[in-house]
Design a protein around this ligand. Structure first.
Ligand SMILES: C[S@@+](CC[C@H](N)C(=O)[O-])C[C@H]1O[C@@H](n2cnc3c(N)ncnc32)[C@H](O)[C@@H]1O
Length: 225
């Protein structure tokens, strides 16, 4: 079994179908805007973004994940360290990476997003909102394409939640233990502020997706679209 350094099973991410994430990003950006995906994995979202007309550069620290990219420019490296010297209309940080337990790593990710965002660009983020930390429970899960998921060993300690996701496809199975830090909306806004970003708007009714923009740019409601 091959896993990325963060524990994500590579094969699972080649089997997981896109679940509308690219459409959320597409809805925020101008047609054809170039996207930088931070933590792109095997390209589950990136490939769909390309199909929607967005050239994509994908950054990941796992060469095994990047090997599955097709039609996406691959950059091997840690998100916090990436310096491409280019700016993008959109930067995507999905998969709740912003809930990393490590505050310095979170700052590094948001600062990397900020230094690659065009002045009128948008960062699109998927996070665990505070309510998820109260409701996550053993046995939660479901099916996505051929992949069945199930959460177990949920444990709350301080501001952290640790658990294991089990993945099953037919008679094959994988496990991914993880730990996430609960961030209040105030914590989130202050982390964005420290990276030179400002919250822009919520993109889904459950507040699991939001956009952010450079502090000097116009808000979504005031800019011409
Ligand atoms: C759960 S997967 C999600 C991949 C993709 N965004 C998706 O939704 O299909 C998380 C990916 O982020 C990558 N990753 C996590 N932390 C990273 C870091 N600090 N720098 C680079 N890649 C990272 C992992 O290697 C993995 O491929």
């Amino acid at each position: 079994m091959t896993t990325a350094p963060d524990g994500s099973p590579v094969e699972v991410y080649t089997l997981f179908p896109p679940l509308g994430e690219a459409e959320i990003v597409h809805g925020v950006l101008p047609a054809g805007a170039e996207v930088l995906e931070l933590g792109c994995g095997a390209g589950r979202i990136a490939h769909r973004l390309v199909a929607l007309g967005h050239p994509v550069v994908g950054v990941d620290e796992s060469p095994d994940m990047l090997a599955h990219l097709d039609g996406v420019e691959a950059v091997l490296g840690r998100i916090g360290e990436v310096r491409l010297g280019r700016r993008f209309g959109g930067v995507l940080l999905a998969a709740h990476l912003v809930n990393t337990p490590d505050g310095a790593e979170r700052h590094g990710m948001l600062a990397a997003a900020a230094r690659h965002l065009a002045a009128d660009g948008r960062l699109v983020v998927q996070w665990h909102p505070p309510s998820w930390f109260e409701t996550a429970a053993d046995g939660q899960g479901g099916a996505a394409g051929p992949v069945r998921t199930s959460l177990r060993d949920v444990r709350r300690h301080g501001g952290l939640l640790s658990a294991t996701v089990d993945y099953r496809v037919g008679d094959r199975s994988w496990s991914h233990p993880f730990t996430a830090r609960r961030l209040s909306e105030a914590d989130l806004r202050s982390a964005l502020d420290a990276a030179g970003l400002v919250h822009d708007r919520w993109l889904t009714a459950d507040r699991t997706w939001f956009s952010a923009r450079p502090q000097s740019s116009k808000s979504s409601s005031s800019r011409a679209r």
